[in-house]
Each structure stands twice: as C-alpha cells, then as structure tokens.
Design a protein around this ligand. Structure first.
Ligand SMILES: [Zn+2]
Length: 329
C-alpha cells in the first residue's frame, strides 16, 4: 500500500482532531433548580426528625455544589401535633443555608379541582409562616408554583388566577424539565424503610436514566417550539431520594452541558413571555403549553418506566391503599 501524500495525511489528522474536539465541546445550557412540596413530599408519613435529617442532607449537597434553589412550601404540612416547631425549623433551614422559599398553596389544592375562590384562599393561607420567616431577612416572598401544575380548566379562570397572583406580588414559576421524580421517590422511600438496597439501586439507576432521556427530549422540543433552548426550569420534590441522590442528578445535567442559575435569571429568558393559552384538566409543563398554543401536539416523550408504575401500584395494594396517591406535583 502506497503511503498517503504528506498534505493528505496532515489534512486527515487535522480533520480527525477537529472532529474529536467537536465531540468534547459541550453546548452551553442553563437550568434553574426548583424543589416542591416542602418541608417534604411525604410529610404525613415522616416524623419531624426524619424530615430534619432529609432536609439537612439535601441542603448540604446543594450548598456544597453552590446550586441556587427555590423551595416551594405547603404550610399545611407543618401542622402535626407536637411537631410544629421542628417542622417550621426545617423550613427555616432553607433560608439559613441561603436558599429562597416560595408559596405552593397551604394544602396543595388544585385550581382545577377546588375552583378559583377556594384556591385563592389556599394561596393566602399558604403564605403566613413563610412570610414571617422571610421578613427578618428582608427577602420578599415572590414566587408561586401551581400544585399539580394545574393552571385552570378554562382561560377566564386561568387569567383571573394569574391576575390574583400578580396582585399579591407573585411571579408564577413555570417548569420546563420534569422527570416525575416523585414517582421514583415513593418507591424509594419504601425500599429504604425495608433496607432493600438492591431495589434502591435499581430505582436510582432508572431515575437517573429516565431524567437524562427527559432532558434530551425537552431540549429537542425546545428547539422545535421556542427556536432555541431557553434557560430551563427543573421541577423536583423534597424527598429522601433527592436527599440521597441529587448530586448524581446534577452530574447528569453537567454532562449535558448545564450550568446552574437562579430562577430569577431563568425567568429573564424571553421564552417565558411566549404566547400561552393552554387550558386543560391535566396540568403540564410550559414546553407543552407553548407547543399546544402553537397548535402542535408534543410527541415522542420518553415513556415512564412501566415497572416503577407496577411496583408502586403493588405497594399501595399491599399497604391497603387500593389506588396509588394522586400525583403530588
Ligand atoms: Zn406539589
């Protein structure tokens, strides 16, 4: 075989180099992390001491890794006889660690289920303790997250609810990335209680790979619907799964090229001013809102792992609850 002419060999080497360089250059992506259902998604099942331990671990990782986070509170979860003080202290920790709190209504009421007036009452009732906690720090309560992402079944209700929130000084916190971590978290909690480490590992592996698939899908949908990848907003929930493994999830995001930004920074992206007339019985993320507003039905979302659903159903049968709890968005 004849050796390659020298100029061709150099050209091949250069093109190989630029190809491999291209593969290692990550896109510059940005994401704001938000965590719902504080003090804990399963606050009714966890004693205050466990909520405190979970919160300490979760916030420790987030602070060490300098991740700005807004945590959204359901104040009803504070009121458990004999534990109110400790549960409030768990919320206080979020502020002590330098994070921000937002309102997620008092009782996690769905606007679509309870109607506008009852829902407005739930918003007001949901802000009394967090306002008190935030006041000495001169931090204004400014963010609101809709429970179940239910923003209204009709446009009039949706707009009235939005006007009510604006009047009370809130900015709605949309979401664009959502891997249903709460579904994994329920199963993980049970496996952890039973010391089933094999199942815990299996759940974590699936939770990470499913989130990775959801991130890839959402990035593609963003490009299609928004025209670029906006500063994304990730929805997670306060749970032992996140306390134990959020570091690994943050690594999944880093591998995809994400930097972590504040919710305020994310909301500055013009995507969050896109036309949005989405209404429906089921709440959903804002990429879906924008798609449906444009008359495009989002397709190709990765299917949620069936075995997690099956095991969750079986768990609720064995514990005497016939149906799994409604999704705790
Ligand atoms: Zn929620």
């Amino acid at each position: 075989m004849k050796p390659l002419p020298i100029f061709l060999a150099v050209f091949c080497a250069l093109s190989f180099l630029s190809q491999s360089e291209a593969q290692t250059v990550k896109p510059d992506r940005q994401v704001a992390v938000t965590i719902d259902d504080l003090p804990a998604g399963m606050a009714d099942r966890l004693p205050a001491a466990e909520i405190t331990a979970m919160t300490t671990k979760l916030l420790g990782t987030l602070r060490d890794q300098k991740i700005p986070v807004v945590g959204f509170v359901n104040e009803k979860k504070i009121y458990k006889t004999g534990e109110v003080d400790e549960r409030i202290k768990a919320l206080q920790m979020w502020l002590d660690y330098g994070f921000e709190l937002g309102n997620h209504t008092f009782s996690h009421a769905s606007l679509n289920q309870v109607g506008l007036k009852a829902w407005e009452d739930d918003v007001i009732q949901g802000e009394s303790v967090i306002r008190l906690l935030m006041a000495p720090r001169k931090v204004k309560l400014r963010y609101f997250r809709h429970p179940y992402l239910d923003t209204g079944r009709d446009l009039l209700t949706r707009r009235q609810a939005e006007a009510f929130l604006v009047e009370r000084g809130y900015r709605i916190a949309p979401i664009t990335l959502d891997g249903w971590d709460w579904m994994f978290a329920g199963l993980y909690e049970d496996a952890k209680k039973r010391n089933d480490t094999a199942l815990q590992q299996q759940i974590v592996k699936e939770y990470l790979s499913y989130h990775d698939a959801v991130f890839a899908y959402s990035e593609q949908l963003s490009a299609k619907i928004v025209g670029y990848e906006p500063k994304q907003i990730l929805l997670l929930h306060a749970s032992n799964l996140e306390a134990d493994h959020i570091g690994e999830l943050l690594d999944v995001l880093r591998k995809r090229g994400y930097r972590f930004i504040t919710l305020e920074d994310a909301l500055g992206d013009t995507a969050y001013s896109l036309p949005d007339t989405y209404v429906g019985e089921e709440g959903t993320g804002w990429l879906d809102h924008w798609s449906i507003t444009q008359g495009k039905i989002p397709q190709g979302a990765p299917a949620f792992p069936a075995w997690v659903i099956e095991k969750t159903k079986a768990l609720h049968l064995s514990t005497g609850t016939v149906t799994p709890p409604t999704d705790p968005y």
